[in-house]
Design a protein around this ligand. Structure first.
Ligand code: AMP
Ligand code: FES
Ligand code: ZN
Length: 329
């Protein structure tokens, strides 16, 4: 197959775009597509200070690479979850993220959950018994909290995650299957920082297929962790992705159409659900915004863990200004 731009030999054929490209043209084409999304959804401009949440995977490292190529000021944040899975999942992810940062002269903030707060994510899951000992829900809670906190306290004007089109469509399908109106109303390429203490969240890869990100990492020579988180095996998201891939196979472009039509329907008011009655207020302990009365769920979770493990009291209120790359203990 020939590259549509130069006639050279194509490395990727994107049936959804009726476009085949060679390595060089593809490495230039994809950042252009991302730039279009950044502009279309008014994510940020070159005046912004962006924080990219990097997991060591192809999407977030590819995103960091693209943002730098496009000339944005973007630092990284890696959160060490303490997940081993028999192959050092978290250690490898951190090492690959650090390696990328060093090779490109970029700044990477690292927050290790265990050394900062006192337990690994799998340990936290067992102690808290949330999600019946499965770590995904406490993991999500910790990642969201830490990302928001580092972005907000560090003065970043946008927090970018590597969620790609396949991620977005899998969530969309799940929320549609159960008509989760509130979640559908909130799913968007940009979540505004409309309350004090909240960081602005953006997903620049929301229109990029997962397969396109894998190809980008390959042509750019980005080393990333191939394995999924060991706890993700058997998840609903993975099952949804398989169904959606079958659909895409028979109807190229189906995933993109599902997502873009959803955004259009939302803009036309189809998912206008009444705003939740629950008011956000500052957590009594750490000051982060929360709907829970008193302390936020992050602080309550860690209170419980510290009591069970007999750890000394840590005062998150002291975590005011963010030092170099970690919260103080
Ligand atoms: P996931 O929820 O694992 O599909 O990841 C979605 C996005 O969240 C990734 O593309 C990253 O931007 C971010 N992310 C996931 N894990 C981490 C981590 N350990 N540290 C920093 N960011 C992460
Ligand atoms: Fe959080 Fe798997 S449990 S990344
Ligand atoms: Zn709190």
């Amino acid at each position: 197959m020939k590259c549509r731009k130069c006639g050279g030999s194509a490395v990727i054929n994107m049936r959804q775009h009726k476009l085949a490209l060679c390595a060089e043209d593809y490495a230039a084409w994809l950042p252009d597509q991302v730039q279009k999304s950044i502009e279309k959804y008014r994510m940020f401009t070159s005046a912004d200070k962006v924080l990219v949440a990097v997991s060591g995977g192809k999407d977030s490292l590819g995103l960091w690479d693209i943002l730098c190529k496009l000339g944005y000021k973007a630092d990284g944040l890696y959160i060490g979850l303490g997940i081993d899975g028999g192959f050092g999942y978290s250690d490898q992810s951190r090492q690959l993220s650090q390696q990328f940062a060093d090779a490109h002269g970029l700044r990477l903030h690292v927050v290790e959950v265990e050394s900062t707060y006192g337990a690994t994510i799998p340990e936290l899951a067992v102690i808290s018994n949330r999600g019946h000992g499965k770590p995904c829900s406490v993991c999500g809670l910790n990642k969201r909290y830490i990302m928001n906190r580092v972005a907000h306290d560090g003065g970043y004007t946008a927090l970018a995650t590597g969620h790609n089109l396949d991620d977005e469509v899998a969530v969309l399908m799940q929320n549609t299957l159960v008509w989760a109106g509130g979640y559908l109303a909130r799913q968007a390429p940009v979540l505004e920082a409309n309350r004090p203490g909240l960081a602005r969240k953006v997903k620049p890869l929301c229109r990029v297929y997962e397969r396109e990100m894998a190809a980008y990492a390959l042509v750019r020579g980005i080393e990333y962790i191939y394995d999924e988180c060991p706890h993700a095996v058997g998840s609903t998201t993975i099952a949804n992705k398989e169904v959606l891939n079958q659909l895409e196979e028979s109807r190229p472009g189906a995933k993109l159409q599902f997502y873009l039509n959803f955004l259009q329907a939302k803009a036309a008011g189809l998912f206008n659900v009444p705003a939740s009655e629950a008011e956000l207020h500052a957590c009594e302990r750490c000051g982060q915004p929360t709907t829970a009365p008193g302390e936020c769920s992050f602080c309550r979770l860690w209170d419980k863990v510290r009591t069970v493990k007999g750890l000394p009291e840590c005062v998150p209120a002291a975590l005011g200004a963010m030092p170099d790359s970690q919260f103080p203990q």
